[in-house]
Write a protein that binds this ligand. Structure first.
Ligand code: S3P
Length: 452
């Protein structure tokens, strides 16, 4: 082990008073990536407000500049993208960091142009499957050279794409979006058929940029048709608060006695709020007020109060609407009475880490009973028989921001403190997480172990 590793900072959370306050979370990550990419593909100026300035999205901004768009930061979360109506060939490798959404959507967009582009990312992203995107792009006419198993780094050669009608083999909004973005430049557009509906921000935003997108339910699922020969025109976008980030604050309020936390301006798109339904079924005291529309998306203020939770069976068809929220749901489940069974969540294994395995390991280390199957995670709530959540563990996060935040939230209500490694990765999706939690009353401390 190197000295750098021995002295790497870690974060420790511990029990303190109740969490109280009204806050906003940073902009939605999915919408932020799309705003930059569509802005770069469009002709003219796109003004974005509330952009998430996390590491993932900053990588996408840099990538858009590399593909020829003009990028200006006007202020906090305020960006201007000047699109050239298409992508130019980048003159260096495009490094998407930790961002699966960034690289997969950008590959789809880039495949439509007569260029070669080489993509890479951090160790996590280089281990994630790109075949799911390369397969449909290949059927459309793109070619590539990559590492075994469709892994990054890879070089993609685009241009001259033909229409595709593609049925998603796995419920993935990233794959759907990559095909639609490629379809913008294909001779006759593209059609995606989703057997299970996934987040629909790309479809909504394409319309906001002036494109026609037809959506109909038929036969095997939802058909999304992008007619050919469309051009995008720059527009204005206000990015709502990210429900996947708000999830940590809401669950924290539910498990820390005496808490009441309101998250203002949270995105309420039905394809993203399966967690609210699930927590409601568990008996969570949640209320949604001030529902309004901002930039084509519903937003509202969500309040969570400390609640006695009960375990539930989460239906597998809910997975796409809360796929990033299962780690924090598993934490809520740890504080519930009874079992929570989460089925149909195999996609969790190919996220920034194998999130089923890491949540099972982290919860076990914190004294929680867990059963792990290939696509199911079962958490035995500690409240049964009045047991408490022990905590007292050091958790290895494998650089996964959501694994780190989930365990820090657990530590706020456990008997003993919980420590996570690689806390810097939290900034990929939720810069300012620690300060925001502290402003609500949480005790989270940075520790830098002494070098040996
Ligand atoms: C995302 C889609 C989901 C999600 C990811 C963001 C998107 O991934 O996990 O964090 O913005 O399209 P999949 O499409 O792989 O399910």
């Amino acid at each position: 082990m190197t000295a750098a590793r021995l002295t790497a900072p870690r974060l420790t959370s511990r029990r303190a008073g109740p969490l109280k306050g009204t806050v906003r979370t940073p902009g939605d990550k999915s919408i932020s990536h799309r705003a930059l990419i569509l802005g770069a593909l469009a002709s003219g100026v796109t003004e974005i407000e509330g952009l998430l300035e996390g590491d993932d999205v900053k990588r996408t901004a840099a990538a858009m500049a590399a593909f020829g768009a003009g990028l200006e930061r006007l202020g906090e979360g305020r960006w201007r993208v000047t699109g050239r109506g298409g992508f130019a060939e980048p003159d260096d490798v495009v490094d998407c960091g930790n961002a699966g959404t960034g690289v997969r959507l950008i590959m789809g967009a880039a495949a439509g142009f007569d260029l070669a582009a080489t993509f890479t990312g951090d160790a996590s992203l280089r281990g994630r499957p790109m075949n799911r995107v390369l397969k449909p792009l290949g059927e459309m006419g793109a070619t590539w050279v990559c590492r075994a198993g469709g892994r990054l780094p890879l070089t993609l050669k685009g241009g001259n794409l033909r229409r595709i009608a593609y049925t998603l083999p796995e419920p993935s909004a990233q794959v759907k979006s990559a095909v639609l973005l490629a379809g913008l430049s294909a001779s006759d557009g593209a059609e995606v058929i989703e057997p299970e509906a996934t987040r629909d921000h790309t479809e909504r935003m394409l319309r906001g940029f002036g494109a026609e997108v037809q959506v109909r339910e038929a036969g095997a699922g939802r058909h999304i048709v992008l007619p050919g020969g469309q051009r995008l025109t720059g527009t204005s976008i206000r990015v709502p608060g990210d429900p996947s980030s708000a999830a940590f604050l809401l669950v924290a309020a539910l498990i820390v006695p005496g808490s009441e936390v309101t998250v203002q301006g949270m995105l309420l798109n039905p394809s993203r709020i399966g967690l609210l339904d699930t927590l409601g079924e568990m008996g969570a005291e949640l209320s949604v007020t001030n529902v309004r529309e901002e930039g084509g998306e519903a937003v509202g203020d969500v309040t969570a109060r400390h609640s006695e939770l009960e375990g539930v069976e989460v239906p597998p068809d809910r997975a796409p609407s809360m796929i990033d929220e299962y780690p924090i749901l598993a934490v809520a489940a740890a504080f519930a009475s009874g079992k929570t069974v989460m089925r149909g969540i195999g996609e969790m294994r190919v996220k920034e880490s194998d999130r089923i395995a890491l949540m099972a390991a982290g919860l076990t280390a914190c004294g929680i009973g867990v059963e792990e199957e290939p696509a199911t995670l079962t958490v035995i709530g500690a409240k049964r028989g009045n047991h408490l959540v022990a905590g007292g563990a050091g958790v290895t996060t494998h650089g996964d921001h959501r694994i780190a935040m989930s365990h820090l939230i657990l530590g706020l209500a456990a008997e003993e403190p919980v420590t996570v490694d690689e806390p810097g990765m939290i900034a990929t999706s939720f810069p300012g997480f620690v300060d925001l939690m502290r402003s609500l009353g949480a005790e989270i401390a940075e520790e830098r172990p002494a070098a040996a």
